[in-house]
Write a protein that binds this ligand. Structure first.
Ligand code: SF4
Ligand code: SF4
Length: 181
């Protein structure tokens, strides 16, 4: 058990330096998705240090991270905020999100299912699976954009599988053994 949420985050690789944050806001200023967040990277760090675990893990903002690493490369204190976002996503997935947000679980299970099956992404299949798992009416919303992408060759109905399926399955098994669901 951990003394508090800050200690819990610090126990994971990438979270060690979180107490060094000086709230300069460089991470938020560099983040391409912060405009869409209620709690920006700087605020999320502040909430973690205030041990507001529930607020942080229930926040949809942690799922808006695009993993661009701008915050990590620019932080003057060497805080790996991208890694912290992954820690938060993992904890949220295990502890909160399954109950709180079907949209997120639907999207991530569809994504994982495709990677396990093919070893690569296919946007058409992803949107179809995601819509069926959450709300099939969404297909009508996505269909016009999907058709345009297919016509322009930016998406395909069925993506090819990676050649070495045995190796893919070994990688998936290893990832699951190391704690991924
Ligand atoms: S850039 Fe680094 S030090 Fe500045 S607020 Fe973000 S995490 Fe904290
Ligand atoms: S890695 Fe995530 S949190 Fe950091 S700047 Fe990029 S999108 Fe924002």
């Amino acid at each position: 058990m951990f003394e508090d949420f800050t200690s819990e985050i610090m126990s994971y690789p990438g979270g060690e330096k979180i107490t060094a944050c000086m709230q300069c806001g460089t991470c938020t200023g560099s983040c391409p998705t912060s405009h869409a967040m209620q709690y920006t990277p700087r605020k999320l760090i502040s909430l973690i240090r205030a041990n507001q675990k529930d607020t942080v893990l229930k926040s949809l903002d942690i799922w808006k991270c695009a993993s661009c690493y701008s915050c990590t490369t620019r932080c003057p204190r060497g805080i790996k905020f991208t890694d912290i976002m992954y820690i938060l996503k993992n904890l949220a997935w295990k502890e909160q999100t399954k109950k709180e947000n079907k949209d997120i679980t639907g999207f991530y299970s569809a994504f994982q299912g495709l990677i396990e099956k093919r070893g690569r992404m296919n946007e058409t299949e992803l949107i179809m699976k995601y819509s069926f798992q959450t709300n099939p009416a969404k297909l009508l919303e996505f269909a016009p954009l999907g058709m345009k992408m297919i016509i322009k060759g930016r998406a395909a109905f069925i993506a090819p599988k990676v050649r070495n399926q045995d190796q893919l399955q070994k990688i998936m098994k290893l990832a699951q053994e190391r704690g991924g669901e």
